[in-house]
Design a protein around this ligand. Structure first.
Ligand code: MRU
Length: 368
């Protein structure tokens, strides 16, 4: 997408032809800072500490992490070590495992001398494929916004609520949940986004608001608890969220708080859609609620808030009394029954085992 008129992706190969450039998302929205990854350790740390985040981008960074490992040592042991280190960096988003499996398949059974180049080729393909998938999600989701716009009075916007950041920063480009929104906006449809702030790390307030603003999409940041009230008063036409993993039965794991939005949407008759790129499908997991490992992160993320002070300094302040225990669950699971539809690169499908298997039969090895 464009940042100040300049096209930018969230990940790229630097002009040296091998090291990997990323946006340090921990500095946004206050500063646009880039970082250079030159080792597998740096790639794993960038994922762990959330310089990069969002399921598809985590997968892309992991893919290049393997490239960096193989550049240093193209042995089988190095590949296995890279797989183990990177797959443990964050547990919930399945794109990480998907990307590592793709890279491993591309390099195994090749002579050592060819492995590194093969890994870089596959990593670049994974990135381009992500952009193509997200563009298709945009085209397939656009009619949802068009249909609502057609029912609106002149001058009224289509109000879309989204949670966390499933925008271009969470992917290589375009985003998943944001793809239909950007397309609608670019085609001149009046679309307005309610961006949940998304405590504790505030990806909605910091990242979604930043990228929508840079692209000129009208938006309003709301506290996480506001969505239900807005829906009760007819102020949300549509919810579109992203996902970190969709299980074989159509359950959707996404940023903590998504489930509550789905409940509120159901109670108020608001359509609740999930934008789903196929690498996010996990056919090996039968049931999301009981089987997906939910990442628990540092209590500090809940106990503190970081922002820019009036004098421009970035400050972190504590908001929880010293000594109060804090829990920090990073994701939750929305059961398939609460989901109106999954917007995929192959069309909008039901959140069900039959629909997922029908649309993506080639991904369904060993479904339970
Ligand atoms: O913890 P994060 O910031 O990696 O969580 C990101 C999300 O939950 C996104 O909604 C999800 O990865 C979908 S991204 C297209």
């Amino acid at each position: 997408m464009k940042v100040d008129g300049k096209a930018m992706r969230s990940i790229w190969v630097e002009p040296d032809g091998w090291s990997v450039g990323i946006i340090d998302q921990t500095a946004l929205p206050h500063r646009l800072v880039t970082a250079r990854l030159a080792t597998i350790e740096e790639a794993a740390q960038a994922i762990r500490s959330m310089l990069v985040r969002g399921a598809p981008l985590i997968g892309a960074v992991a893919a290049y992490g393997v490239c960096l490992a193989l550049r240093a040592d193209a042995s089988e042991e190095s590949l296995d070590r890279a797989y183990a280190v990177l797959s443990g960096a964050r547990p919930t988003a399945i794109n990480l495992k998907w990307a590592l499996d793709e890279i491993a398949a591309a390099v195994r059974n090749r002579p050592r001398s060819e492995r590194c180049a093969a890994a870089y080729r596959r990593a670049a393909e994974i990135c381009d494929q992500d952009v193509a998938i997200n563009s298709a999600i945009g085209r397939n989701g656009l009619p949802l916004i068009e249909a609502i716009a057609a029912r609106k009075k002149p001058g009224q916007s289509v109000n879309v609520l989204t949670h966390c950041n499933a925008g271009w920063l969470a992917t290589v480009d375009v985003g998943t949940a944001t793809a239909p929104i950007y397309l609608a906006h670019d085609q001149g449809l009046p679309v307005h986004v309610f961006a949940d702030e998304t405590r504790p790390r505030n990806q909605g307030a910091s990242l979604t608001a930043w990228e929508l603003g840079r692209h000129g999409v009208p938006h309003t940041v709301i506290a996480d608890n506001t969505g239900g009230h807005l829906m009760q008063h007819g102020l949300v036409d549509l919810v579109i969220v992203g996902t970190d993993r969709v299980t074989a039965n159509g359950d959707v794991c996404n940023k903590i708080g998504t489930y509550l939005k789905a409940l509120a949407a159901r109670d108020n008759g608001v359509p609740f859609y999930v934008a789903l790129p196929s690498p996010t499908i996990d056919f090996t997991t039968a049931d999301g609620v009981s089987e997906i490992p939910i990442e628990q992160r540092s209590p500090d993320e809940v106990a503190t808030v970081t922002g820019r002070a009036a004098d421009g300094r970035i400050e972190t302040v504590r908001i929880v009394p010293e000594g109060s225990p804090v829990a920090n669950y990073a994701f939750d699971v929305t059961p398939a029954r609460l989901i109106t539809g999954l917007i995929t690169e192959r069309g909008i499908i039901a959140a069900s085992r039959e629909a997922l298997t029908g649309a993506f039969p080639e991904r369904n090895h060993g479904a339970q």
